[in-house]
Design a protein around this ligand. Structure first.
Ligand code: S3P
Length: 445
């Protein structure tokens, strides 16, 4: 069911909030708990639809996955190599991470499984994982263009690979490493630009041997020794910096705001947005730095700040790949021009985010230029006109970005469907309204 939402100009945002658990880490916690021997307890799990699809998939593959209470889940794993053939299609919903990583897991198990998902996921490219997983010995039957639905015929005798990623993608890196778990010998992935390293950190924490060697120019070579024994343990999921980005930018844009976001993951491979906003003049401070199950965590304090447009280098893209929609919103309200380069990957996310942002911002009265892999936004130093309805294109981050823009626009901004926000940020409207936003159902007068 579609859920049209409207966001009206907000007065000021204040107070403290805890954003939901990190999506990337939540998926991995369920997958790794399902492979570990013994009990794993996960705390702070994101209970968004994407992650619930992964929970269901891991059950279908034979693991015991049980929700104890809000965000607390208990798993009993099957041991590396112990997954069993699912008796139905694995429906991965809206989730590229869920689909691609689980495809990696089953690629080195000797059984056949079938994957599908929603209209957005069925349109996304899968060759980026089926190509390397074929080298390991898995076979695939896909729709035209390598798309879902697809069947994976797992390798009975998987062979380790050494593979250089053609695109900077933590999903592809992780799919290969996960296939390498049940493969004898050394699986190596080479990335020319470092991408989020949750797979490497978490597998190491559970007892796998993972070696990360820095390469010149910011790249890395990651080697996993196959067939480790993973031991179940407690995994604490930090708040998602990609979700925190929405209240953070809202606080920057709405005059008089000061917001504290507690327990947010600040892994340097995820925090490119915050670095960029600070370069634009944002007042953002990190307090109470701590380590939570191998991931750095802090409280973020964000105060309203006038922002100035800058050039965002392409090299920063992997560390803020999901944050360009909300950065484009900040840029629309900044003084001067912001140029964002290296955005080709945005075209194959939950929607073509480059086109969706350019179209939506223009409809709100912002001057924008869309290039094949760049976005240029000319800010006016204050919110745009707004007063329009945006097509969110089955994309949670497009939906949330325009609701934030509505808080700073002259006239309210509506989105045609906010239902997908539940994939990554359940309770988004309530959390934002608790801080002082004015988001409601479109029917609300
Ligand atoms: C993710 C990696 C990124 C990101 C996605 C989550 C992950 O995708 O956009 O939201 O958990 O590994 P790509 O690997 O396609 O860049």
């Amino acid at each position: 069911m579609t859920q049209p939402l409207i966001s009206r100009r907000a007065r000021s945002l204040s107070g403290a909030a805890r954003v939901p658990g990190d999506k990337s880490i939540s998926h991995r916690a369920l997958m790794f708990g399902a492979l570990a021997v013994g009990e794993s307890l996960v705390e702070g799990l994101l209970e968004g639809e994407d992650v619930l699809c992964t929970a269901q998939a891991m059950r279908a593959l034979g693991a015991s996955v049980e929700r104890l209470e809000d965000g607390r889940w208990r798993l009993f794993g099957r041991g590396v190599g112990g997954l069993s053939e699912p008796d139905d299609i694995l429906d991965m919903g809206n989730s590229g991470t869920g689909a691609r990583l689980v495809m990696g897991l089953v690629a080195s198990h000797p059984f056949t499984s079938f994957f599908s998902g929603d209209a957005s996921l069925r349109s996304r490219p899968m060759r980026r994982v089926t190509d390397p997983l074929s080298l390991i010995g898995a076979r695939f039957v896909t729709r035209e263009g390598g798309r879902l639905p697809l069947a994976v015929i797992g390798a009975a005798d998987p062979v380790p690979v050494r593979y250089e990623l053609p695109v900077a993608s933590a999903q592809v890196k992780s799919a290969i490493l996960l296939a390498g778990l049940n493969t004898p010998g050394e699986t190596t992935v080479i990335e020319r630009e470092a991408t989020r390293d949750h797979t490497e950190r978490m597998l190491t924490n559970l007892g796998a041997q993972v070696t990360v060697t820095p390469l010149g120019g910011g790249g890395r070579e990651i080697t996993l020794i196959g067939q480790p024994e993973l031991t179940g343990r407690r995994m604490v999921v930090p708040g998602d910096p990609s979700s925190a980005a929405f209240p953070a930018v809202a606080a920057l844009l709405v005059p008089g705001s000061e917001v504290r976001l507690t327990g947010v993951g600040v892994n340097p491979l995820r925090t490119g947005l915050y670095r960029t906003l600070i370069e634009m003049g944002a007042d953002i401070t990190e307090e109470n730095h701590r380590d939570q199950a191998g991931e750095p965590v802090a409280d973020l304090v964000i105060r309203h700040s006038p922002l100035t447009g800058i050039d965002v280098p392409a090299a920063r893209a992997p560390s803020m790949i999901d944050e360009y929609p909300i950065l484009a919103v900040a840029a629309a309200c900044a003084h001067g021009t912001t140029r964002m380069d290296g955005l080709a990957e945005l075209r194959v996310k939950e929607s073509d985010r480059l086109a969706a942002m350019a179209r939506g911002l223009a409809a709100c009265g912002v001057s924008v230029e869309e290039e094949p892999d760049a976005l240029v936004v000319h800010g006016r130093g204050r919110g745009p006109k707004g007063g329009t309805m945006i097509a969110a294109a089955l994309d949670h981050r497009i939906a949330m970005a325009f609701l934030v823009l509505g808080m700073a626009s002259e006239e309210a901004i509506s989105i045609d469907d906010g239902a997908t926000i539940n994939t990554s940020f359940p309770g988004f409207s309530a959390l934002m309204n608790g801080l002082g936003a004015n988001i409601g159902n479109k029917d609300t007068p």
